[in-house]
Design a protein around this ligand. Structure first.
Ligand code: NAD
Ligand code: TYD
Length: 355
């Protein structure tokens, strides 16, 4: 068995679905079901005995210890986190609690479990920590992309909390010998992406006839990877990564935000034209910038390609088309996640932001 945390969120759910589709062993899925966790993401697994869902917190030492003792997983993949930069600006506390304290408590449970494993089980055990390129900070326009040895310079409460968790994971390897692996990935996009992040927000706002809020000048650069390629990278690192090593994961797909928004509009114009036949671009509105907004992220994925032979399967063109199609075909999912607290978040983040 493997234990996955945060498997009801965007990347975690895609990972669990892909893992089981590829014939992987049973998954114990530990998720606190915060606003970002959604059991609907896993609806296709109803009745599948290879998926055991546990509603709980990674920071609950007793629960995690109990799950480890009961199921004896050979590996853990840790996705659980607070993940949205804008929310971390409005309220950093939850980020400190889950990303730092939660990771620490889980590592304590894992350390005790791993310590008592015998021979092969001890040697083969892996704790894979899923992290982000944002821990490296912001790049200048022509600076080389982030390698695994780039200095940590996190700028938001989100990235600072992820950086702290990366350091704890590293320390548990160096001090206690726990066989850890860390992946630092660039921005993901694809199915089940919560519509608070750029790409799904633009799709759902466009279709609802709402404005498409572009922060600042829209020239900030992100490096986009289709979520299923991130999942395949994690599977590969779990299979062949060297304990203690870090692997940067990215798709060599740097794009300014405004280009992303234009691409989404063009695809919607083609696949679901507005009733007045004008372009969705008409809905773009420039709004007040995010405080401390990182200008550019870019991943050098050379190490994982060279050492583990991993490469993304999708280009940005193929991945973004699949993504827009998925949102067009899953309007009920969108309506479901937009109920309740989602509306309060949109109010909080966007009201008063118009220029
Ligand atoms: P998400 O916000 O969509 O999902 C997070 C999941 O974790 C949710 O299901 C939530 O319920 C769960 N969770 C939160 N706190 C928890 C806790 N204390 N205990 C148990 N479960 C908890 O996030 P995501 O975009 O899927 O990101 C997953 C991981 O990948 C995160 O660690 C994130 O930092 C990292 N990452 C994300 C991206 C990206 O572009 N989304 C890129 C690189 C790395
Ligand atoms: P986001 O999806 O929040 O990811 P991250 O901040 O982790 O990179 O944002 C991606 C980029 O899009 C980032 O530069 C901020 C920008 N952005 C907007 O311009 N408007 C929006 O409404 C949102 C949510 C993001």
């Amino acid at each position: 068995m493997i234990l996955v945390t945060g498997g009801a969120g965007f990347i975690g759910a895609n990972f669990v679905l892909d893992w089981l589709e590829q014939g992987g062993e049973t998954v114990i899925n530990l998720d606190a079901l915060t606003y970002a966790g959604n059991r609907r993401n896993l609806a296709s697994l109803a009745g599948d005995e290879r998926h055991i869902f546990v509603h709980g917190d990674i920071g609950d030492f007793a629960l995690v210890s109990d799950l480890l003792a009961r199921y004896r997983p050979r590996a853990i993949v840790n996705f659980a986190a607070e993940s949205h930069v804008d929310r971390s600006i409005h309220g950093p506390e939850d980020f400190i609690q889950t990303n730092i304290v939660g990771t620490f408590r889980m590592l304590e449970a894992v350390r005790a479990y791993w310590h008592n494993l015998q021979d092969d089980a001890k040697q083969n055990f892996r704790f894979l920590h899923v992290s982000t390129d944002e821990v490296y900070g912001s790049l200048g326009k022509d600076a080389p992309a982030f390698t695994e040895t780039h200095r940590y310079e996190p700028n938001s409460p989100y990235s600072a909390s992820k950086a702290a968790s990366d350091h704890l994971v590293r320390a548990y390897h160096h001090t206690y010998g726990v066989p850890v692996l860390t992946t630092n990935c660039s921005n993901n996009y694809g199915p089940y992406h919560f519509p608070e992040k750029l790409i799904p927000l633009m799709i759902v706002n466009a279709l609802a006839g709402k404005s498409l809020p572009v922060y600042g000048d829209g020239q900030q650069v992100r490096d986009w990877l289709y979520v299923k390629d991130h999942c395949s990278a994690i599977r590969r690192v779990l299979e062949a990564g060297k304990p203690g090593e870090i692997y940067n994961v990215g798709g060599w797909n740097e794009k300014p935000n405004i280009d992303i928004v234009h691409t989404v509009c063009a695809l919607l114009d083609e696949l679901c034209a507005r009733s007045d036949n004008k372009s969705y671009r008409e809905q773009i509105t420039y709004v007040t910038d995010r405080p401390g907004h990182d200008r550019r992220y870019a991943i050098d994925a050379g190490k994982i390609e060279r050492e583990l032979g991993w490469k993304p399967a999708e280009t940005f063109d193929s991945g973004i088309r699949k993504t827009v199609q998925w949102y067009l075909q899953n309007r009920e999912w969108v309506a479901d996640v937009q109920s309740g607290s989602y509306r309060e978040w949109v109010e909080k983040n966007y009201t008063g932001r118009a220029l």
